[in-house]
Design a protein around this ligand. Structure first.
Ligand SMILES: NC(=O)C1=CN([C@@H]2O[C@H](COP(=O)(O)OP(=O)(O)OC[C@H]3O[C@@H](n4cnc5c(N)ncnc54)[C@H](O)[C@@H]3O)[C@@H](O)[C@H]2O)C=CC1
Ligand SMILES: N[C@@H](CC=O)C(=O)O
Ligand code: NA
Length: 426
């Protein structure tokens, strides 16, 4: 198996290291030899700690697709457009299998690439694109193939989970922790994709397609990142018995599919709440299998390269499935449910001036919107300075809660925009 690797960053270098260190093991397992014969990167002279001896260098990665010595292309550059997409299209059109770690590409162009792969009868594999080292694509596509899936959810971004758990455990500063995550090779080239929830949404859109056999629909994922999660929210969460995690949730109901990524309060005694640092976890619920849980490192050189090589090995061994577990012409377009329709419990933190009647006014708004309150806590006492009033609601439709928070924000005694975090029903 003669491999062409495009992109020699964290993941690309990890792949070269695995092939170098485990050449014999891979060959014993598959009866094939794996050799990287060609590479493409930005700098030919950079020392990456791995040898590129004997490999053909291409300045233009797309040329890997037409190199007659290359049997399989690994796209490890990233980005939904440009060279990464051009290379995948060119390789599939040339009848060469493609392995990619690029969730942005799959989330935006997944269905059309899957169609191209089918047309040319070549595999397009992307295990590394979802939850890093966890073999979740394989589990969803093959392990759970006999089930109708009702829900798939989890922690899908290692950088955000690392930031949230470090903030919780060390009280450290957001920017400094993000810098650590970047240095550890966890973050995207543009880390706003991580912290703004976009990367998790890319992965959720892919999981939705795998779970429900529907075309990938990234544009209908509701997305909210972790920038507004404050030390105060983390402390209040602890007090109420929760931890805060960025979750991606895709759920099938009679009305359609809801797809959402946002910070969640998760009860401390759940499996998800105990997933820390760069670890990811995915829970998939099927009608025959019931609930299944998968956990492992969601980012970083070794785990991601491990997932890339799992695809390479499958393809070499002839184990090939449709890209999203179902041929494109058998996919069903299923309507998406907007987040305003979501029904759940909410954590709300209000910042108000502690004047007589403020709690009565807040209560009146909640009464008018028919929102019932499970608990209410007030911290601090000062008519001049703002104090925190924290509420946990019973189940309510999100649209009603949003209306209530808008009314409260308009009060004279409101000092800041109300903060809301959804409480996960796991
Ligand atoms: N780092 C991680 O933990 C994970 C990364 N991924 C995905 O893997 C892919 C690669 O990510 P990383 O290795 O982390 O990024 P990286 O930024 O470390 O590596 C990308 C490499 O591609 C090179 N590159 C950029 N434009 C190029 C071009 N036109 N031609 C050839 N090379 C070019 C860059 O110089 C860089 O060395 C991305 O799609 C990313 O989303 C997926 C799972 C985990
Ligand atoms: N930036 C991503 C990398 C893996 O997909 C993350 O932090 O999870
Ligand atoms: Na994976």
């Amino acid at each position: 198996m003669r491999i062409g690797v495009a992109g020699l960053g964290t993941v690309g270098v990890g792949v070269l290291k695995i092939i170098e260190q485990h050449g014999k093991l891979l060959s014993d397992r598959t009866g094939r030899n794996f050799e990287v014969v060609a590479v493409s990167g930005r700098s030919r002279t950079k020392d990456r700690g791995v040898s590129l001896d004997g490999m053909t260098w291409y300045d233009n990665a797309v040329d890997l697709a037409s190199d007659p010595n290359v049997d399989m292309v690994l796209e490890l550059i990233g980005g939904s457009e440009g060279v990464a997409r051009d290379l995948c299209v060119a390789a599939l059109e040339a009848g060469k299998p493609v392995v990619t770690a690029n969730k942005a590409l799959l989330a935006v162009h997944g269905t059309e690439l899957a169609r191209l792969a089918e047309k040319n009868n070549v595999p397009l594999a992307y295990e590394a694109a979802v939850a890093g080292g966890i073999p979740i694509v394989k589990a969803m596509r093959e392990g759970l193939a006999a089930n109708a899936i009702s829900r798939v959810y989890g922690i899908l971004n290692g950088t955000c989970n690392y930031i949230l758990t470090e903030m919780e455990e060390t009280g450290g500063d957001f920017a400094a922790i993000l810098k650590d995550a970047q240095d550890l090779g966890y973050a995207e080239a543009d880390p706003s994709f991580d912290v703004d929830g976009v990367d998790a949404a890319h992965k959720l859109a892919i999981l939705t397609s795998l779970a429900f056999g529907t075309p990938v629909d990234f544009d209908s994922v509701y997305i909210e990142g972790i920038r507004e999660v404050s030390a105060q929210d983390i402390a209040f969460a602890q007090e109420f018995g929760y931890r805060i995690r960025l979750l991606g949730v895709a759920r099938r109901t009679e009305q359609g599919i809801e797809q959402r990524v946002h910070p969640c309060m998760v009860r401390k005694d759940t499996a998800i709440a105990n997933v820390s640092g760069v670890f990811n976890a995915v829970v998939a619920e099927g009608d025959f299998v019931d609930s299944t849980v998968y956990e492992g490192r969601g980012a970083g050189e070794g785990p991601t390269a491990s997932a890339v090589m799992a695809d390479v090995v499958d393809i070499a061994a002839g184990r090939v499935s449709p890209t999203f577990g179902i041929p494109v012409d058998k996919m069903t377009d299923i309507p998406k449910i907007p987040v305003e329709e979501h029904v759940g419990c909410y954590y709300v933190r209000l910042s108000v001036f502690d004047r007589p009647g403020v709690i009565a006014d807040i209560s009146a708004v909640f009464r008018d919107e028919e929102i019932s309150i499970e608990s209410l806590l007030q911290r601090g006492r000062s008519p001049e300075e703002a104090v925190s009033v924290v509420l946990i609601t019973h189940e309510v439709k999100e649209a009603a809660l949003s209306r209530a928070l808008e009314k409260i924000e308009a009060f004279d005694h409101s000092a800041a925009r109300p903060r809301m975090i959804r409480i996960a029903k796991l």
